[in-house]
Design a protein around this ligand. Structure first.
Ligand SMILES: [Zn+2]
Length: 253
């Protein structure tokens, strides 16, 4: 009853540069680096939980070279209508993770209080290098249920405050029939970030990022860690439709 199936839905693709994803300029920083954008779906007999909500269509059109499909269209491929989603967990409030949250009117929206406080507080208005990452239209209309720290959202699915990437970054641990899955989202943009202990350049707190790596590993145990922007996710897990793979029920890595 409390076991979930977990899917990764790739709503966007573009080619960035390695230097955008790995802190510390080096000889490879200018190399092209394919980047993917995901929402994740966790379904149990009792609950349908969307983790993150992707980019708003209007904003997606402003991003050069972004190959974009609205997240609701990918959910439809899995037979899930927006009204069927009872919880939306927002790992953090960057524009590419919360953009379509208003499309899920029946959902309880779970976000860390420290994340909301940061984006509505004095620093985010002043720190130019972070402010572009916000979707102000989403923040204005956000009907969120703020939580503090580590919380079981529904039986079998919990959120864990890790910080680092943003002030209130949270990761999601999901119980599946084959053990736990950790949706790291931008606590590790790529497998390579956590596997080589190398943060991404966009970060709120450097010690926080390293602490998040440790916490994600601890939460996952021997189960898979699913990064936020790695195209490799689509290759590592079995496809169920175009742009959609099933994370649970596989051995993963
Ligand atoms: Zn982010």
């Amino acid at each position: 009853m409390n076991e979930f199936e977990v899917y990764a839905l790739c709503y966007g693709r573009r080619t960035g540069f390695r230097g955008e994803h790995f802190l510390g300029y080096d000889g490879n920083s200018a190399e092209p680096h394919p980047t993917a954008y995901y929402v994740w779906l966790a379904v149990s007999p009792a609950h349908t939980v969307l983790v993150d909500a992707g980019i708003r269509a209007e904003r997606a059109r402003e991003i050069p070279g972004l190959d974009y499909v609205e997240p609701v269209r990918l959910l439809a491929e899995l037979g899930v209508g927006p009204e069927a989603v009872d919880h939306v967990v927002l790992t953090h409030l960057h524009y590419d993770h919360c953009g379509t949250v208003a499309r899920f009117p029946a959902a309880r929206v779970v976000v860390q209080r420290s994340e909301v406080d940061y984006w509505t507080g004095p620093w985010a208005k002043r720190i130019e290098r972070e402010r572009w990452l916000l979707d102000e239209a989403v923040l204005e209309d956000l009907r969120a249920d703020p939580v503090d720290g580590d919380v079981e959202v529904v039986p079998g699915l919990s959120v864990h405050l890790v910080g680092g990437h943003t002030a209130g970054m949270q990761v999601v641990r999901v119980e599946t029939g084959s053990g736990p899955v950790v949706l790291a989202s931008d606590a590790s943009h790529f497998h390579e970030n956590i596997e080589t202990d190398r943060p991404a350049p966009l970060l709120h707190s450097m010690p926080g990022v390293y602490g998040a790596f440790d916490r994600v590993r601890e939460l996952a145990g021997s189960g898979p860690v699913v990064p936020g922007h790695d195209p490799e996710v689509l290759a590592r897990y079995p496809p169920v439709a175009d742009r959609i793979v099933r994370i649970s029920g596989t051995s993963g890595s």
